[in-house]
Design a protein around this ligand. Structure first.
Ligand code: RB5
Length: 148
């Protein structure tokens, strides 16, 4: 599995923590930035991660900002992206099993690095269940096709 990861200035510490986690897990990743603590605009990092996912350059994406909200809104504007804002381990598992999410968003001002690591590990390791959930995800795709 290959992952694209990005953050704004509000999520850079957790981004570094998650890169260390992926090193431990033997998962390769591409960091699209940001790489300094100057104030930057989160859509500038959500877009390259989302594009890499839909263009199949990577399998999944991870985005971190202060709340995770801006990143998730921006990523979900890209056709083919199902980005979930997750701050608990139950949802991390459920959103892979049920929603087949391809980007995980989190907020560094909301949760700490330990929980962010647990959420990310679960999200990366959990498979989509398919079946009735595939029908529902297909209906999301239909909405995207008919309203874009
Ligand atoms: C940046 O101050 C902050 O707005 C951003 O990190 C994020 O929380 C936006 O949703």
């Amino acid at each position: 599995m290959k992952v694209a990861i990005g953050s704004d200035h509000g999520g850079i510490n957790i981004k570094e923590e998650l890169k260390a986690l992926m090193d431990e897990m033997g998962i390769s990743y591409e960091d699209v930035g940001c790489d300094c603590t100057d104030s930057v605009d989160y859509p500038d990092y959500a877009l390259p991660v989302a594009k890499k996912v839909v263009e199949k350059e990577v399998d999944r994406g991870i985005l971190v900002c202060g709340t995770g909200i801006g990143m998730s809104i921006a990523a979900n504007k890209v056709k083919g992206i199902r980005c979930a804002l997750v701050h608990d381990t139950f949802s991390a598992k459920a959103t892979r099993e049920h929603n087949d999410t391809n980007i995980l968003a989190m907020g560094e001002r909301v949760i700490g690095p330990g929980l962010a690591r647990d959420i990310t590990k679960i999200w990366l390791e959990t498979e989509f269940e398919g079946g009735r959930h595939a029908t529902r995800v297909g209906k999301i795709t239909n909405i995207e096709e008919s309203h874009s």
